[in-house]
Design a protein around this ligand. Structure first.
Ligand code: ADE
Ligand code: ZN
Length: 338
């Protein structure tokens, strides 16, 4: 293990941008399809893997929604969540704030309860057995209407005490944040945290809308905000965290080459960037792989890597006290290393 790899491994980290359905590994997908008798367009594991070659976000989403259709029982969601947390334990990821897409399940006739109960049981078991703490963020699919988001919001009411935040994901272009103004206001009124994907493929105006109209607490991706100087200043001064996903960006052609990834520029501009895996089963790597490949491609310094790990906790929805425990541990690792 080289020095940088060793540092990345030893640093405690939080993951703030990961769709649990995007952690469905192809082998596991085939296994659930078989177990549940779900027919797929792909006859073999190899044929499925061949399809993991995307030219944009929509290309990926088409496969992502098909993939999640193999999730049929509470046990499936539980096993999926446990498998993800085992990967976290392997990477020294100690806290996770995961997304789930209930509409990807209810739209195909599954009960909201099946998905959320399986995920919650997995998260609690992961905390008990692996020591990984968690928050759960329910995302609305932005290609659907705000009315449909409200229907999902209604379904979620019995679980609201176990949901920490709401988010906005799926096809960005043509679906600006403002479309979800009212449902985000309802979630805010209920005391939930708010996040939204913005500026992944969409223009800087979508980032501005997410901040000004939805009043979000954190920006998912945010790459394209770098096109707008005023927005950069605003996001920096407001201390808003960006949950950046380098291998996702490469896989979905948001960047052509990891060496051109804007993460170092974000840090140099004083933006509070973090590294995350987004949909690790589809994009070629979990947390440490994202750190390592980005560090190597963009020449991140040890000090920058340490800042990224710190940002993952200070940008989390953990209490100040809980954050401090991890920040102290990071300081210790940094002292040993530098
Ligand atoms: N859903 C899952 N991954 C996503 C991404 N990267 N962007 C938007 N929606 C998503
Ligand atoms: Zn995402």
């Amino acid at each position: 293990m080289d020095n940088i790899e060793n540092l990345i491994m030893r640093l405690p980290k939080a993951e703030l941008h990961m769709h649990i359905e995007g952690s469905l590994e192809p082998e596991q997908l085939m296994h659930f399809a078989d177990r549940n008798g779900v027919a797929l367009d792909y006859q073999s594991l190899d044929a499925l893997k061949q399809a993991y070659n995307f030219s944009n976000l929509q290309d990926f989403l088409d496969l992502y929604y098909q993939g999640m259709s193999v999730l049929q029982t509470e046990e499936d969601f539980y096993e999926l969540t446990m498998a993800y947390q085992q990967r976290c334990a392997d990477d020294n990821v100690r806290h996770v704030e995961i997304f789930f897409d209930p509409q990807g399940h209810t739209a195909r006739g599954l009960d909201f309860r099946i998905a959320i109960e399986g995920i919650l049981r997995g998260l609690v078991h992961g905390q008990q057995t692996l020591g990984i703490s968690h928050k759960l963020i329910m995302c609305f699919l932005r290609h659907l209407s705000e009315q449909e988001a409200f229907e999902t919001w209604e379904m979620a009411q019995p679980w609201l005490h176990r949901i920490d935040g709401v988010g906005l994901d799926s096809s960005e272009l043509g679906h600006p944040p403002s479309k979800f103004k009212n449902v985000f206001a309802a979630a805010r009124k209920a005391g939930l945290k708010l996040v939204a994907h913005a500026g992944e493929e969409g223009p800087p105006e979508y980032v501005r809308e997410a901040i000004e109209i939805l009043d979000i607490d954190r920006i998912d991706h945010g790459n394209r905000l770098l096109e707008d100087e005023n927005l950069i200043s605003h996001v920096r001064d407001a201390g808003l965290t960006l949950t950046v996903c380098p291998l996702s960006n490469l896989s979905l052609c948001v960047v052509d080459d990891l060496r051109q990834h804007p993460l170092p520029e974000m840090l140099k501009r004083g933006l509070k960037a973090t590294i995350n895996s987004d949909d690790p089963a589809y994009f070629g790597g979990y947390m440490n792989e994202n750190y390592l490949q980005t560090a190597k491609a963009t020449n991140l310094s040890p000090a920058e890597i340490i800042i990224l790990a710190r940002n993952s906790f200070t940008g989390s929805f953990l209490s100040q006290d809980a954050q401090q425990v991890f920040l102290d541990e990071i300081d210790q690792v940094a002292q040993d290393f530098l």
